[in-house]
Design a binder for this molecule. Structure first.
Ligand code: ADP
Ligand code: MG
Length: 723
């Protein structure tokens, strides 16, 4: 019987491509068809209920009970009309994926059944959720938590289930999900940014953050994926020699999309568009079998829900096309990993993008205010931003020799760098102050920045014309984590800015002079975080060190930033995390880190012992038989030196991986006994993970040595190049 690898290859070679039947109608006709959006609310709700709910959405006020009843019955009517049979509260626990528990609409009655969905069921549920990660917030006597409706993100239908976006909190009020802190951070940003906007424009009443998420991913044939236990248990290949051809020809990026992939893309895009996810771009990425898609930016809470939903849809639709969608940050050692670029800005209710340079000097002062405050916030809290993107998977990118580096820095592009340098060194003369000639001190900012093309791909946080792009987020991450931090540190910074400016105003300084004076100071203070050069270079590591910028390469130490006094202060000032919540989150993240390494180490041990060594011995025995035979017919040893050499090499590699795997198991047992979550995570990182690369090295040597016909795991060339 051929091994599972060959069965999988057979399957791939005989696959027929499922066809995609494109809809005959225009996108505009089915876009958002499966969303209970404002248009449908207007259609299904009374005028009073509609207005009340819109006002709740716009002002973040709680929805009144009687209104909730009306909304629930309208939602039910709409959903049942579209074939839905169940409803669920859809939430984002700290596992990183989304969670749902479906309940049927129908309820039996004395003489049959009716479909029911009340305002109570819409507003609140109690999922039996005591096994979600909570960092010790829920010990058994308070084990209950509840999900509560988030009206700012519209309900939608997936399959035959009405999904209601919700937050997830404990009975004692602590956040157990990603959404609650995000909403609090957005609230803090709104308040702080609106206050600062008043210096420039009294008509601003609300500031929302905007977010456009670029999603990178790999595709692999499902049969090959299922033939690799490391992939289906950990999401990445723990072994595998780089194939002879990989990405050296740079022939994949922006190349034509393979037919089979194209069918998959159209299919998931259709589902996404029906769910109101405004997907706009698709293309090949740098590595073979790597791709990217991106929607148009949206209000940030919705953008994050949509990204979480999109990852689900891709996975589901992928299976229909016999693809596994790999969202792991580093599925294949030696080829590029995947990220999730977070394009972020702030936009007022009057439609102004606060990070878009203006036409006039006056609007440029407004732009500079938000621009420089963002830079200052990242400078002050680079450690928090680093912590917010830390995960066991992302450690393969950050801190390994890959984009982007673990050092948080900001790229502005030469034009804006020059502008800030000019402001920093300019003097606000007495004459300028008196005669309001201040504007001459502000350099002209070109409307269209050349740097749109001059992209620095090595920077973790880059200004790209009218937004910042956080490139360091991992491809499988929930963007709420970094976006909560980014929005809350900018909120905190803007609050401080207002205090600083008001101080000068009190002293009788003119408004523009006061604003510019504080901006100048911030530019000077935050200079160290700005870097325009190559973020991968060794010089940058040294330079960053001399600038006192942190370069924390691994997660357990990066997470320390969440529980410092400085963090506690900024969490408290913005109201985003209580001390207990921050510590709980810290623990959840540390646990996630070590548990994932624990699984990887176990899988590695199993595969070494039950697949790799047997395959190597199988081949070795064949060689031994061969040598015996050659000897028997009286041939001289010089005839079979090659065989003897291979037999010895096989033995060396086998011995190495066996002894090292055994030692790794010992280290794991030692690490498991450590009580302290941080110490345990560090032990896993430094003691257990340390065995991964050497073991892999020798397994990959075996892969190259052993008869291809008995090698049990699909090889990189098959995973990456079979179309
Ligand atoms: P690139 O690959 O060159 O970085 P893409 O076009 O793939 O660019 O992605 C850019 C993303 O940034 C898109 O999602 C786009 O909608 C988003 N974007 C554009 N303007 C803003 C903005 N003001 N705020 C947030 N995101 C924005
Ligand atoms: Mg980008």
């Amino acid at each position: 019987m051929s091994n599972i690898r060959f069965q999988a290859l057979q399957t791939v070679l005989t696959r027929t491509i499922p066809e995609f039947k494109a809809p005959t109608s225009k996108v505009s006709e089915y876009y958002s068809a499966n969303v209970f959006d404002k248009k449908k609310m207007r259609e299904f709700l009374s005028k009073e209920a509609y207005e009340s709910i819109i006002s709740s959405i716009d002002h973040g006020e709680p929805v009144q009970r009687d209104m909730a009843d009306q909304v629930a019955s309208a939602m039910k009517a709409w959903a049942i009309g579209k074939g839905a049979t169940h409803y669920t509260h859809w939430f984002q626990p700290l596992t990183g994926t989304t969670a749902e528990k479906h309940d049927a609409f129908f309820e039996p009655t004395l003489d049959g059944a009716i479909e029911k969905f009340s305002g109570d069921a819409l507003a609140q549920q109690e999922p039996d959720a005591s096994s979600f990660p909570n960092g010790g917030i829920r010990n058994t006597f308070e084990a209950r938590g509840y999900t509560a409706w988030d009206p700012s993100s519209p309900a939608f239908i997936m399959g035959r289930t009405l999904c209601i976006p919700t937050v997830f909190v404990s009975y004692t009020g602590e956040a157990l999900d990603y959404k609650v802190p995000l909403l609090k951070a957005l609230n803090a940003l709104d308040k702080a940014a609106v206050d600062v906007c008043q210096y420039f424009d009294k008509s601003v009443e609300k500031v929302n953050a905007s977010l456009g998420i670029e999603q990178e991913y790999f595709l692999v044939d499902l049969a090959l994926f299922n033939a690799r236990p490391d992939m289906y248990l950990t999401g990445r290949t723990l072994f595998g020699h780089l194939s002879a051809k990989n990405q050296q020809l740079e022939d994949h990026y922006f190349g034509s999309i393979p037919t089979r992939v194209y069918a998959f893309m159209q299919d998931f895009e259709l589902e996404a568009l029906q769910l109101g996810i405004p997907l706009k771009t698709r293309h090949n990425e740098v590595a073979p079998s790597q791709f990217e898609c991106a929607p148009i930016y949206e209000e940030i809470n919705l953008a994050i829900d949509h990204n979480q939903l999109l990852m689900d849809i891709m996975d589901r639709v992928g299976k229909r096309h016999n693809f596994k969608v790999l969202l792991h940050e580093k599925p294949y050692a030696g080829v590029n990993g995947s990220g999730k670029h977070n394009n972020w800005s702030m936009i007022t209710n009057t439609g102004k993008n606060l990070l878009s340079p203006g036409k006039t000097p006056k609007s440029n002062l407004m732009f500079l205010t938000f621009f420089v405050n963002t830079i200052k916030a990242v400078y002050e809290h680079a450690d928090l931003l680093r912590a917010s993107i830390a995960s066991v998977n992302n450690d393969h990118r950050l801190g390994a020799n890959e984009a982007p580096p673990a050092i948080i820095s900001i790229f502005l592009g030469s034009q804006l760098s020059d502008v800030l340098d000019e402001i920093e060194t300019s003097r606000i003369s007495k004459k300028a102050k008196e005669e309001a000639l201040l504007w001459q001190g502000i350099p002209k900012i070109p409307q269209i920045l050349q740097d749109n093309t001059d992209r620095n791909r090595t920077s973790p946080f880059a200004f790209t014309g009218n937004k910042f792009e956080l490139r360091a987020v991992g491809s499988s991450a929930n963007s709420a984590s970094p976006m909560t931090i980014l929005n809350l540190i900018v909120a905190d910074q803007l609050k401080k800015f207002k205090v600083d400016v008001d101080k000068l105003l009190k002293k009788g300084e003119k408004k523009d002079v006061a604003l510019l004076t504080v901006i100048k100071r911030y530019i000077k203070e935050s200079k160290a975080i700005r870097f325009e050069g190559n973020g991968y270079s060794e010089e940058w590591e040294q330079m960053a060190e001399s600038r006192n910028l942190a370069n924390i390469k691994t997660t357990p130490k990066a997470l320390d930033a969440l529980v410092t006094e400085k963090a506690e202060n900024v969490f408290e000032s913005t109201g985003v995390f209580s001390r207990r919540e921050a510590h709980a989150r810290h623990e959840v993240l540390l646990d996630d880190f070590y548990k994932k390494l624990q699984i990887e180490a176990r899988v590695m041990g199993e595969l070494v012992n039950s697949l790799i060594i047997p395959a190597a011995i199988n081949y070795q025995s064949k060689l031994v038989e061969n040598v015996k035979g050659l000897k028997e017919i009286g041939l001289d040893e010089t005839i079979y030196t090659a065989q003897l050499d291979i037999i010895k090499k096989l033995a060396e590699h086998i011995n190495f991986i066996k002894t090292n795997t055994d030692q790794m198991v010992d280290e794991r047992r030692t690490a498991n006994k450590i009580e302290d979550a941080r110490e345990r995570a560090i032990a896993y990182d430094e003691k257990v993970k340390a065995y991964f690369d050497p073991i892999r090295y020798h397994v990959d040597k075996l892969e190259q040595l052993v008869d291809d016909a008995v090698w049990p795991l699909p090889k990189f060339r098959e995973l990456l190049f079979l179309k």
